[in-house]
Design a protein around this ligand. Sequence first.
Ligand SMILES: [Zn+2]
Length: 116
Amino acid sequence: MHEFSLVMSMLDLAEKAARADGARRISAIHLEIGALAGVVPEALEFAFEGARVGTMAENARLEVTYLPAIAYCATCQSEFELDNRFGIAVCPSCDTPSADLRQGRELQLAHLEVEE
Ligand SMILES: [Zn+2]
Protein backbone atom coordinates (compact mmCIF):
# COMPACT_ATOMS: atom_id res chain seq x y z
CA MET A 1 0.00 0.00 0.00
CA HIS A 2 1.56 3.19 -1.28
CA GLU A 3 0.00 5.45 1.37
CA PHE A 4 1.26 3.34 4.26
CA SER A 5 4.91 3.45 3.21
CA LEU A 6 4.51 7.15 2.50
CA VAL A 7 3.16 7.79 6.00
CA MET A 8 5.93 5.67 7.56
CA SER A 9 8.67 7.66 5.87
CA MET A 10 6.95 10.98 6.70
CA LEU A 11 6.66 9.95 10.37
CA ASP A 12 10.30 8.91 10.39
CA LEU A 13 11.32 12.26 8.93
CA ALA A 14 9.05 14.13 11.37
CA GLU A 15 10.44 12.29 14.41
CA LYS A 16 14.01 12.99 13.37
CA ALA A 17 13.24 16.68 12.91
CA ALA A 18 11.37 16.87 16.22
CA ARG A 19 14.19 15.14 18.11
CA ALA A 20 16.78 17.41 16.54
CA ASP A 21 14.65 20.28 17.82
CA GLY A 22 14.61 18.86 21.35
CA ALA A 23 10.86 18.23 21.27
CA ARG A 24 9.16 15.37 23.06
CA ARG A 25 5.91 15.22 21.15
CA ILE A 26 4.64 16.11 17.73
CA SER A 27 1.28 17.88 17.86
CA ALA A 28 0.67 18.35 14.15
CA ILE A 29 2.09 17.25 10.83
CA HIS A 30 1.39 19.30 7.73
CA LEU A 31 1.88 17.64 4.37
CA GLU A 32 1.73 19.00 0.85
CA ILE A 33 0.54 16.52 -1.71
CA GLY A 34 0.12 17.15 -5.40
CA ALA A 35 -2.89 15.93 -7.35
CA LEU A 36 -0.60 13.74 -9.49
CA ALA A 37 1.24 12.11 -6.58
CA GLY A 38 -1.12 9.14 -6.68
CA VAL A 39 -2.24 9.51 -3.07
CA VAL A 40 -5.80 8.62 -2.07
CA PRO A 41 -6.79 10.98 0.80
CA GLU A 42 -8.92 8.39 2.65
CA ALA A 43 -6.15 5.79 2.41
CA LEU A 44 -3.63 8.34 3.68
CA GLU A 45 -5.74 9.19 6.76
CA PHE A 46 -6.31 5.51 7.43
CA ALA A 47 -2.60 4.74 7.16
CA PHE A 48 -1.77 7.64 9.49
CA GLU A 49 -4.21 6.42 12.16
CA GLY A 50 -2.40 3.09 12.24
CA ALA A 51 1.20 4.18 11.74
CA ARG A 52 1.30 6.91 14.39
CA VAL A 53 0.66 4.53 17.31
CA GLY A 54 3.76 4.34 19.50
CA THR A 55 5.50 7.25 17.78
CA MET A 56 6.07 10.83 18.94
CA ALA A 57 3.12 11.72 16.73
CA GLU A 58 0.68 9.42 18.49
CA ASN A 59 -1.73 12.28 19.24
CA ALA A 60 -0.79 14.50 16.34
CA ARG A 61 -3.18 16.07 13.86
CA LEU A 62 -2.58 15.34 10.21
CA GLU A 63 -3.16 18.37 8.02
CA VAL A 64 -2.86 17.89 4.31
CA THR A 65 -2.81 20.58 1.66
CA TYR A 66 -3.69 19.12 -1.71
CA LEU A 67 -2.06 21.06 -4.52
CA PRO A 68 -3.77 21.15 -7.91
CA ALA A 69 -1.86 19.94 -10.96
CA ILE A 70 -0.69 22.88 -13.05
CA ALA A 71 0.97 22.88 -16.46
CA TYR A 72 2.38 25.61 -18.65
CA CYS A 73 1.28 26.25 -22.22
CA ALA A 74 4.12 27.68 -24.31
CA THR A 75 1.71 28.76 -27.05
CA CYS A 76 -0.49 30.84 -24.74
CA GLN A 77 2.39 31.58 -22.36
CA SER A 78 0.16 30.87 -19.41
CA GLU A 79 -0.42 28.24 -16.77
CA PHE A 80 -3.53 26.11 -16.56
CA GLU A 81 -4.94 23.57 -14.15
CA LEU A 82 -5.25 19.96 -15.29
CA ASP A 83 -8.75 18.52 -15.27
CA ASN A 84 -7.61 14.94 -14.56
CA ARG A 85 -5.41 13.01 -12.14
CA PHE A 86 -3.36 11.26 -14.82
CA GLY A 87 -1.00 14.06 -15.72
CA ILE A 88 -2.51 14.54 -19.17
CA ALA A 89 -2.07 18.21 -19.85
CA VAL A 90 -3.92 19.78 -22.75
CA CYS A 91 -4.33 23.55 -22.77
CA PRO A 92 -8.02 24.45 -22.42
CA SER A 93 -7.53 27.61 -24.50
CA CYS A 94 -5.70 26.29 -27.58
CA ASP A 95 -5.88 22.46 -27.23
CA THR A 96 -2.09 22.08 -27.38
CA PRO A 97 -0.66 19.22 -25.28
CA SER A 98 1.95 20.28 -22.75
CA ALA A 99 4.73 18.26 -21.10
CA ASP A 100 5.69 21.16 -18.86
CA LEU A 101 4.18 20.29 -15.49
CA ARG A 102 4.74 23.03 -12.95
CA GLN A 103 2.96 21.58 -9.93
CA GLY A 104 1.18 18.40 -8.89
CA ARG A 105 3.84 15.80 -8.08
CA GLU A 106 4.66 17.13 -4.58
CA LEU A 107 4.90 14.73 -1.68
CA GLN A 108 6.46 16.65 1.14
CA LEU A 109 6.53 17.40 4.81
CA ALA A 110 5.66 21.09 4.79
CA HIS A 111 5.55 21.97 8.46
CA LEU A 112 5.70 20.44 11.92
CA GLU A 113 4.19 21.52 15.23
CA VAL A 114 5.98 20.15 18.29
CA GLU A 115 5.75 20.28 22.07
CA GLU A 116 8.76 20.53 24.34
ZN1 LIG B 1 -2.55 27.20 -24.89
